[in-house]
Design a protein around this ligand. Structure first.
Ligand code: NDP
Ligand code: GDR
Length: 341
């Protein structure tokens, strides 16, 4: 029988790539979708027609229990979150509820539905749980690169909420013997990335300027440095993490860091443009507390999971710029259509 996976956050960037990967692996894939008339759910249904939809919300414990009871999954991937860091200052409580407490609710749904009690030994055939942890938990780093043992110092309500979910996942593993793991993923991008994140904001900005639809691109801190990889590579690591004999946490990233300035240079040059003529820095886009640099040490994932990133930074940036040029040339609306698949 096909293995069954339940994905929260199915309408997001990672949800789409993970669903495609699991379908390729022969899984029956279910996506948890929220809202009464969520347009992203209809879009997802059109593009991922083999994914079955179950209704539920990370804010609603009962809905998660019903979803797990209905789907009877072998694996649960908890990707649902408020994931845009600046929004977490504006709606800190909601971020704590969705991105933090949502993890508790999903773990409880699995625990209750599988009849797991305190001190029980890990049972075979139990539901395996993946939590989408984040490099934002490292925040203000004291060592670089960061690995699975690096201390956390989150710098946003989002990072704090992710740290709660991370420790809780570890705690359910230790308290109940549940197969629960966290992937500490560094930034990963694609043509399906939300337009609010810097890589996509830049690739769309470049495409608009190239096509004469805009004359400038306003950005915040150009000096921040990140370890950027390709989302299609990273979802494979999520799946691999749930296939190991013992549940453990893993850092996933490329091990290479670039600044926002270097990202901008690469994106404009992919379209044959000089970035200095178009980029305007805007103080209002700076964050109350910035994460200056993040760089992964993915050695554990390489040696224990055999995972390697395939798409390099320049290739990723060119892929995103080309995709947005195509999207806009075809008259697409990035806010409505995005550019996926
Ligand atoms: P997206 O922002 O693209 O997707 C977020 C998803 O969460 C959407 O499907 C959204 O659904 C869903 N969601 C929001 N609120 C709720 C809720 N109350 N109940 C259920 N679902 C909800 O994120 P990504 O795909 O980029 O990231 C996936 C996960 O990985 C997130 O948890 C993110 O924090 C984490 N992460 C991402 C990294 C990255 O670089 N992309 C790096 C490290 C971690 P809807 O359409 O209904 O709004
Ligand atoms: P991040 O991604 O906060 O790292 O979180 P984002 O792309 O938003 O920012 C990266 C860096 O770019 C700087 N920056 C700007 N960012 C945005 N969005 N818009 C701008 O105009 C701009 N100018 C400069 C930011 O200050 C920051 O330093 C992402 C999300 O996917 C999280 O959910 C995930 O957990 C982490 O990656 C790992």
């Amino acid at each position: 029988m096909a293995r069954r996976a339940l994905i929260t956050g199915i309408t997001g960037q990672d949800g789409s790539y993970l669903a495609e990967h699991l379908l390729d692996q022969g899984y029956e894939v279910w996506g948890l979708a929220r809202g009464q008339a969520n347009p992203r759910v209809s879009r997802m249904r059109k593009l991922l027609s083999d994914v079955q939809v179950v209704r539920g919300d990370l804010l609603d414990q009962g809905s998660l229990i019903s979803a797990v009871e209905r789907v009877q999954p072998d694996e649960v991937y908890n990707l649902g979150a408020i994931s845009f860091v600046p929004m977490s200052w504006e709606q800190a409580e909601l971020t704590a509820e969705v991105t933090g407490m949502g993890v508790l609710r999903m773990l409880e749904a699995i625990r209750v539905c599988s009849g797991v009690s305190r001190g029980a030994a890990a049972a075979s055939g139990q539901i395996r749980f993946y939590q989408a942890s984040s490099s934002e938990m490292f925040g203000q780093v004291t060592e670089t690169p960061q690995n699975e043992r690096t201390a956390f110092h989150p710098r946003s309500p989002y990072g704090v909420a992710k740290a709660y979910g991370h420790f809780l996942t570890q705690n359910y593993r230790e308290s109940y013997g549940m197969y629960a793991v966290s992937g500490i993923l560094f930034n990963h991008e694609s043509p399906r990335r939300g337009a609010e994140f810097v890589t996509r904001k830049v690739s769309l900005g470049v495409a608009r300027i190239k096509l004469g639809q805009a004359t400038e691109l306003r950005l915040g801190n150009l000096e921040a440095r990140r370890d950027w990889g390709y989302a299609g590579d990273y979802v494979k690591a999520m799946h691999l993490m749930l296939q190991t004999a013992t549940p453990e946490d893993y850092v996933i990233g490329t091990g290479h860091m670039k600044s926002v300035r270097e990202l901008v240079e690469a994106a404009f040059s992919a379209a044959g443009l000089d970035w200095e003529r178009y980029v305007v820095t805007d103080q209002t886009l700076h964050r109350p507390a910035e994460v200056d640099l993040l760089c992964a040490d993915p050695k554990k994932a390489r040696t224990q999971l055999g995972w390697e990133p395939r798409v390099a930074f320049d290739e990723l940036v060119a892929m995103m710029v080309e995709s947005d040029l195509r999207l806009l040339t075809d008259g697409g609306d990035p806010d409505q259509d995005s550019s996926w698949p």
